[in-house]
Design a protein around this ligand. Structure first.
Ligand code: NDP
Length: 462
């Protein structure tokens, strides 16, 4: 039977666009559908606009510090509308680039939501499309609370479009990547920010010492963190701010904007997966094997919809591996080991490899090298922020198994060091590397003495 396409991709985000372009480059007839905007979460309402807003918010700190370096007469005022609209224009530009990339690659775009009719047939709006193979790359969406008054809360999707002026008081619920990043943005732009978390510290899952360091640094930077607090109801008069946040403990917190960042869910509802035998896991994510193959023979899935490591470069890697394997005669599996990542909170955190806790559990004997210091830039300003760095070394092999940093430019530094970790570099090779002076990064190649065992120094917040 002749199908309309050899490959049809559902979802034009990072993973879907990469897979479709690479497959088309192998001479395959490819179609793709998208129900929102080509580019996906990362480009349209995630990593890219978020990072631009982080840049915008950081000027506040630069202005504060500038006086110690001799600058005076700075009385800057910030316009949220200007930042928001300029970021929006950049998103539009990137959206245009993504559209052009698809067109130039010969991939046919169909706007609309895809829904399986059977294993080879998809309904996209009013169109019926047939394909030999399908790739599901529908990404994720914010998980919102199921509490009375939830309609008054926004998610990160809406955070890029908040009305001007930015509210004076903003409450962010959750302590993950998105929560701490937006808390830093709003704080830098002059709002009074509260983070509400249900446990004792932000960023569960990261190295314990780094979490504590970030938590304390956020507080030093002026963000109030309400620990062990759960919001059970949101109340508003006439549906407008100020909002009253009722806690489980009976407190009432007042705020002008409440943003939830309590995790994301895979976009699997309404695609007709049950009709084609694609199984999902307990959280609703598409179950795949190491080749990104679903439980249906002609259907694959990549990116956040599979809930493996929910990061753009990982979705791109998975999409590229799929195309190489299925159409490029170069079978290769996505390698999910030693994936570096960064959290663009202020100060920034980045890491690659194992946390100290994982290393102790998996490797047995480990050596930990750690350093906390005042960044050089702060010596004139008297600022309180510190930088934290940590290397985790397997005692038996001398291999560096984890590198962690909290401080300025952590993401840029860790990207470079991730190559060394991926290549299996040893601590001796780190020691043999000459530093660049004066930088923060040189600390990573000059850490001489391991911390006395056992274990990390107990942090104050524990
Ligand atoms: P995360 O999974 O990172 O964090 C969710 C947070 O919400 C946790 O702190 C969790 O805290 C808390 N939480 C969960 N349920 C509730 C609840 N019912 N009430 C209160 N708190 C709750 O999710 P995000 O939404 O921050 O980010 C989603 C994904 O997006 C991330 O996993 C990441 O992969 C990706 N991302 C990556 C970025 C980057 O690379 N820089 C930036 C932004 C997003 P608890 O400890 O209590 O469970």
């Amino acid at each position: 039977m002749a199908y309309d396409y050899e490959l049809f991709v559902i979802g034009a985000g990072s993973g879907g666009v990469r897979a479709s372009r690479m497959s088309a480059a192998y001479g395959v007839k490819v179609g793709i559908c998208e129900d929102f905007r080509v580019g996906g979460t990362c480009v349209i309402r995630g990593c890219v606009p978020k990072k631009l807003m982080v840049y915008g918010s950081k000027y506040a700190h630069a202005f504060e510090e500038a006086e110690a370096y001799g600058w005076s007469g700075l009385a800057p005022k910030h316009s949220w509308a200007t930042l928001r609209d300029n970021v929006g224009k950049e998103v539009d530009r990137l959206n245009g680039i993504y559209l052009r990339l698809l067109k130039d690659a010969g991939v046919t775009l169909h706007m609309g939501r895809g829904r399986f009719m059977d294993r080879h047939t998809l309904e996209v709006g009013k169109e019926t499309i047939t394909a030999e193979k399908f790739l599901i790359a529908t990404g994720g969406r914010p998980e919102m609370p199921d509490i009375p008054g939830k309609e008054f809360a926004i998610s990160s999707n809406e955070a890029f479009h908040i009305d001007d002026p930015l509210p004076k008081r903003i409450t962010v619920v959750g302590g993950g990547y998105i929560a701490v990043e937006f808390a830093g943005i709003f704080n830098g732009l002059g709002s009074k920010v509260d983070i509400v978390i249900r446990r004792d510290r932000v960023l569960r899952g990261f190295d314990e010492e780094c979490r504590t360091f970030v938590h304390e640094s956020l507080e030093k930077g002026g963000i109030r963190i309400r620990k062990e607090t759960e919001i059970v109801r949101i109340e508003a008069t006439d549906g407008k701010a100020p909002y009253k946040l009722h806690t489980k403990g009976g407190e009432v917190l007042e705020t002008d904007l409440v943003m939830y960042a309590t995790g994301r869910l895979a976009n699997t509802a309404g695609i007709g997966l049950e009709k084609v035998g694609v199984q999902v896991d307990k959280k609703g994510a598409v179950a795949v094997d190491e080749w990104s193959k679903t439980t249906a023979a002609n259907i694959w899935a990549v990116g956040d919809v599979t809930d493996r490591i929910n990061l753009t470069p990982v979705a791109i890697m998975e999409g590229h591996c799929f195309a190489d394997t299925e159409f490029g005669k170069k079978p290769r599996k996505a390698d999910h080991r030693d994936v570096p990542s960064a959290v663009f909170c202020q100060p920034e955190m980045a890491n690659v490899g194992l946390t100290e806790e994982e290393a102790r559990q998996r490797l047995g004997a480990v050596k930990v090298f750690a350093s906390t210091f005042r960044p050089m830039k702060q010596t004139l300003t008297g600022g309180e922020q510190r930088t934290f760095m940590k290397l985790i070394v397997e005692a038996a092999t001398d291999k560096v198994m984890g590198v962690h940093m909290v401080g300025d430019d952590a993401a840029e530094l860790i990207q470079g060091l991730a190559v060394a970790v991926k290549a299996g570099a040893t601590k001796a090779q780190f020691d043999a590397t000459v530093g660049i002076h004066p930088t923060a990064g040189e600390e990573f190649v000059t850490m001489r003495a391991p911390r006395p065992e056992p274990g990390p120094v107990k942090a104050a917040a524990e």
